[in-house]
Design a binder for this molecule. Structure first.
Ligand code: NAP
Length: 303
């Protein structure tokens, strides 16, 4: 039987509608709206396109959006002063610094300067600690893992008691999603295994997974025979494997993207599976918006 395709594009649409409705209601009842600043240093084309999409999404939801573009020569001291300014700006609830930063700036120092209660990316050590504790302590789950969990839950996949295997142990995907799935509570309560390049028998672990989350960045790493029949497969990998003419504008070349899972074969075995593109990708910015709304509610004491 062919797997149910978990469409990030569809789930994003639902969540953005929910956020827009909540923003409208809060504005009417409390007279406040979420404020998000996106700080972009330099002119890295990929960063510009990510920031543009974030701004567009925030505006479409009725957020107060501040786009703060800085020269690539800005000093670390000036950038830290800018963060401090937004930390103390009551109209701003979420601060996003687009990475990477130029080499002369210490990224860690900058991210750690963001007020943890405005750290909507969830990368500040305080928020990493809150995530580890779980429950009510969690303020801002990091966006990609939060998107993954949301997709699993909205697909109706049972997580309680499920064997979850996470391929990859990065700080932005592997470790946080593993931590989130093992917490006590809805959408979690799973038995979690993390595997990585030093794991002895990757295939054996994957074969046990009721929910297989793959974030390795290696195209086609997970073979179809490693997938347990009926499993939920979340492919986080985004790998550029070539170029092709754009469907809309054939004169322009666009990247051919592949995930870490052999999708065509895997969908004949899995119970549900995310495609690449159109799976996890669209969820990250969506969850950033959700975190920004949460930051407003926290600061305004709205339940
Ligand atoms: P990363 O920091 O490079 O980490 C990759 C992890 O995968 C590492 O822990 C590595 O193990 C493990 N790994 C690599 N090759 C492996 C192999 N052959 N066998 C077992 N484990 C292996 O990557 P990341 O930032 O987590 O991103 C992973 C992928 O997700 C990338 O393709 C990235 O583009 C994509 N991504 C997508 C989104 C999105 O869609 N919104 C967001 C973030 C990332 P070691 O630790 O042992 O080296």
């Amino acid at each position: 039987m062919t797997a149910k395709i978990i469409s990030g594009t569809e789930i994003r649409k639902q969540i953005l509608e929910e956020i827009a409705a909540e923003v409208k209601e809060i504005k009417e009842k409390h007279g406040v709206i979420p404020g998000l600043v996106t700080i972009l240093v330099g002119e890295n084309p990929a960063s510009i396109s990510y920031v543009t999409l974030k701004i567009k999404t925030a505006n479409s939801l009725g957020f107060h959006e501040v786009q703060d573009s800085q020269s690539p020569d800005i000093s670390e001291e000036d950038l830290l002063a800018l963060i401090d300014k937004y930390n103390n700006d009551d109209s701003i609830h979420g601060i996003l610094v687009q990475l990477p930063l130029p080499k002369h700036i210490d990224e860690k120092k900058v991210l750690n300067a963001i007020d943890p209660d405005k750290d909507v990316d969830g990368f500040h050590p305080v928020n990493v600690g809150r995530l580890m504790i779980g429950g009510d302590e969690v303020k801002f789950p990091p966006c990609t893992p939060a998107g993954i969990q949301e997709m699993i839950v909205r697909t109706g996949v049972e997580t309680s008691g499920a064997e979850v295997v996470v391929v990859g142990r990065s700080n932005i995907v592997g470790k946080p999603i593993a931590n989130m799935m093992l917490q006590k509570g809805p959408g979690a309560n799973s038995t979690v295994t993390i595997v990585h390049t030093r794991t002895k028998d990757l295939a054996a672990h994957c074969k046990r997974a009721d929910i297989l989350i793959v974030a390795a960045g290696v195209p086609g790493l997970v073979k179809p025979e490693w997938i347990k029949p009926g499993a939920c497969v979340i492919d986080v990998g985004v790998n550029r494997v070539g170029e092709k003419p754009s469907a809309k504008d054939p004169g322009r070349m666009v990247a051919i993207l592949r995930g870490d899972v052999d999708f065509d074969a895997a969908k004949e075995i899995a119970g549900s599976i995310t495609p690449v593109p159109g799976g996890v990708g669209p969820m990250t910015i969506t969850m950033l918006m959700k975190n920004t709304l949460r930051a407003l509610k926290m600061s305004a004491g709205i339940a």
